[in-house]
Design a protein. Structure first.
Length: 97
């Protein structure tokens, strides 16, 4: 199946192994994987992405037993935001004095 996880895994695995040789023409200096996330193009869903969407916490291709780190989003970042505000104010006061 073209859109299966097995096909994605095989394609990405071979992309990572590619030595950039093309044959008959100058080899490329850089290569970029087609897409990081799945996309909807011309009304057709494409499943080439390593993640399903920008909000996906884990990659589709992961080692057995892999656990994703906790991602701070939305209201869980309020403490971090306050830390940066107070740190910035403290640096500002130090710079003024």
């Amino acid at each position: 199946d073209f859109s299966s996880l097995d096909t994605l895994h095989l394609f990405y695995e071979n992309f990572l192994k590619w030595d950039f040789s093309v044959g008959g023409v100058r080899d490329p200096d850089f290569a970029f994987y087609f897409t990081l996330r799945d996309a909807l193009n011309f009304g057709k869903q494409e499943y080439f992405g390593l993640i399903a969407s920008c909000n996906s916490p884990v990659c589709k291709i992961a080692s057995a037993g892999f656990t994703s780190p906790v991602a701070l989003r939305g209201s869980s970042m309020n403490g971090l935001r306050l830390t940066f505000i107070f740190s910035g104010l403290a640096l500002l006061l130090i710079a003024i004095c």
